[in-house]
Design a protein around this ligand. Structure first.
Ligand code: GDP
Ligand code: MG
Length: 604
């Protein structure tokens, strides 16, 4: 395919604005896939995506499309919309010359629309504004086109209007893609530069990488090298994704495709790495900045015999989700495990779900924490040098307050877009989460855009859900990293029958200690099942008890109250009790359900 007949683009949008549905229609209209009413978000191939109805992995697909007398190769990348997965969007854009900025004509511009627009804008990509869902009765395409003009200076006459559901306007959109998105600039006579922007693990073939060829060509049998690791490979197969692997003779500059080259270990396929021909080395390679994990949690096997299974599962899954950072960790109560870094809480939950569904690995995940920055007092201490700055992302490692000179916590700049009816409630939620207002502006006569600085710690758990709940689902939210800010924090510890359980401790702002201490104890009483003895649950700060709850003892046999009679019911109950135990972890001689660590953070 000559480069001038190639168009590489992504669909970017707020979650639920119809990216995956539009991808379905594009695949059908171009005959890549047979039209069938059962085609729903076909690119969402993971079980977790089907369950949650969201895209978490970007997917690439090559489409042939005839326009006039020419046949074009369109490479489409469907991307996730949720804030936690914006790194997927970011690296996908490195393979594109243009984007379809999709906006739901009924909901209008949302926080993620704004974030995605600036992402594409900063990468100098051509932006095709597209209003979707015009089939809906309440669609207001003119109103939304005006929002796009007010916010991004987009000319309303450039805006396309479609229904991804019915297909209306999609043929015209295809023509606009060909007419308005530029072909990739490439030189196929230059040495090969294949930029890896995605990868997955195949049990039989090893790591398979998805690349964008900036220059040159690649064929089966070529000897290639990784610029990052220097490791050499022989190319076993190349081809395009339609969306399943379809081998081709070669891939050429400007194309998107896959390479299979017997990458055996999961550490080899670095996103952002460049592959080149061994005979034509290139040196000045582009680096993609790796995603920065913001939320950290311990991941442990239910019992240590499961450690190798979990290790392999984590290795394989991180290949597919390179935004996750991995370090070994040990915990007195939970044993050998790992400390993983995630982009956000949804990312963490999705990772956990994928461990179970795709790798059959069951893990205990501890409460998530952000990374705090502490300056240690200018005296030499046991382990730490005075004056040193340390980063703590595990509350168990929080040093004694007497040796902390200064502390700061990560903050983010958040954008919230909401109908003005909910402004009051949203303001109080933001204050409760220690937000500081930066900006407020109207994007039309009903909708408001707010900007707040928040401590990251205050929004990783339940902020988004809370915002949705108080705004009947209408407010949307997005955030970006804004560095560190001085603060005053303390470690809140939990004692179960007098034993400190460090895995349950959390770091909180000093102003919230009493409130959080009481909430934590109340939550634990709810979550921990009654046992054969009474359990005292206490919250302490610097050794001082600030809250207490008591969990009463429980009778031994769940079937005791069913005298004789119904045998099947009795066996069923006993079985349930046994199953329940398997999901428990013994900590300080107390059975704790394995999801306790996350559940305690979910605020009422
Ligand atoms: P994504 O999160 O951007 O990938 O959005 P999806 O493609 O998963 O779509 C979200 C929801 O909107 C689904 O229930 C779709 O059926 C629905 N949807 C998408 N496009 C249209 C459309 O043009 N009209 C209508 N009425 N619904 C649509
Ligand atoms: Mg989707």
């Amino acid at each position: 395919v000559p480069a001038e007949l190639i168009r590489n683009f992504s669909i970017i949008a707020h979650v639920d604005h119809g990216k995956s549905t539009l991808a379905d229609r594009l695949l059908e209209i171009t005959g890549t896939m047979k039209a069938d009413p059962s085609n729903k978000q076909v690119l969402d191939r993971l079980q977790v995506e089907k369950d949650r109805g969201i895209t978490v992995k970007a997917q690439s697909v090559s489409i042939w499309h005839k326009s006039g007398d020419k046949e074009y190769l369109l490479n489409l990348i469907d991307t996730p919309g949720h804030v936690d997965f914006s790194n997927e969007v970011f690296r996908s854009l490195s393979a594109c010359q243009g984007v379809l900025l999709l906006v739901d004509a009924n909901q209008g511009v949302q926080a993620q629309t704004v974030a995605n627009f600036y992402l594409a804008f900063s990468k100098d990509l051509v932006i095709l504004p597209v209003l979707n869902k015009i089939d809906l009765k309440n669609a207001e395409p003119e109103v939304v086109a005006n929002q796009l003009q007010a916010l991004f200076d987009i000319d309303p006459s450039d805006v396309l209007k479609i229904s991804a559901k019915t297909g209306q306007g999609v043929p015209a959109l295809l023509e606009a893609i060909i007419g308005r998105i530029p072909a990739p600039q490439t030189d196929r006579d230059l040495p090969l530069r294949a930029l890896i922007y995605d990868s997955w693990f195949d049990r039989y073939k090893g790591a398979i990488v998805v690349v964008y060829l900036q220059t040159g060509q690649i064929r089966v049998g070529d000897h290639i090298c990784s610029a990052h690791t220097g490791i050499e490979y022989t190319v076993k197969s190349v081809g395009v994704l339609r969306p399943h692997q379809q081998p081709t003779n070669k891939l050429s500059g400007g194309q998107v495709g896959y390479i299979q080259c017997n990458m055996r270990t999961t550490q080899e396929a670095h996103i952002g790495d460049t592959l080149y021909l061994k005979s034509q080395p290139v040196t000045d390679v582009e680096q993609l900045t790796p995603a920065k994990p913001m939320v950290f949690a311990g991941v442990f096997p239910l019992d240590q015999s499961q450690n190798p299974v979990l290790r392999t599962a984590i290795e394989k899954l991180t290949l597919n989700d390179p935004a996750v950072s991995v370090k070994q960790d040990t915990s007195p109560a939970l044993g050998q495990g790992w400390r993983l870094g995630f982009l956000g809480l949804l990312h963490m939950e999705v990772f956990n779900q994928r461990l179970e569904q795709e790798h059959n690995a069951h893990a205990i995940i501890t409460a998530p924490s952000v990374t705090y920055k502490l300056k240690i007092k200018g005296k030499k201490n046991q382990e730490l040098m005075g004056g040193e700055t340390i980063y703590i992302s595990n509350p168990a490692h929080w040093p004694h307050p007497q040796i902390i000179e200064e502390m700061s916590e990560p903050i983010v700049l958040a954008t919230i877009i909401t109908p003005d009816d909910y402004l009051g409630k949203i303001m109080s939620l933001c204050n409760e989460r220690r937000g500081i207002q930066q900006n407020i502006s109207n994007i039309d006569n009903k909708r408001i855009m707010l900007q707040f600085v928040f401590p990251l710690n205050e929004i990783i758990v339940n902020f988004h859900d809370g915002l949705k709940a108080i705004s009947s689902g209408f407010a949307s939210f997005d955030y970006e990293d804004a560095g560190y800010s001085p603060t005053n924090l303390v470690k809140l510890s939990i004692l179960l029958n007098g034993s400190a359980v460090d895995e349950l401790s959390i770091i909180v702002h000093h102003s919230k200690v009493d409130f959080e201490g009481r909430a934590l104890c109340r939550k634990l009483v709810e979550i921990i099942p009654r046992q054969m003895f009474q359990i005292a649950i206490q919250a302490t700060v610097n050794g001082k008890i600030i809250a207490r709850e008591t969990l009463k003892a429980y009778r031994k046999d769940v079937t005791a109250k069913l005298y004789g009679g119904d045998v099947t019911r009795r066996t069923k109950l006993l079985k349930q009790q046994a199953e329940g135990k398997k999901k428990m972890k013994m900590i300080a001689n107390i059975q704790i359900p394995r999801d306790t660590f996350i559940e305690i953070l979910k605020k009422e």
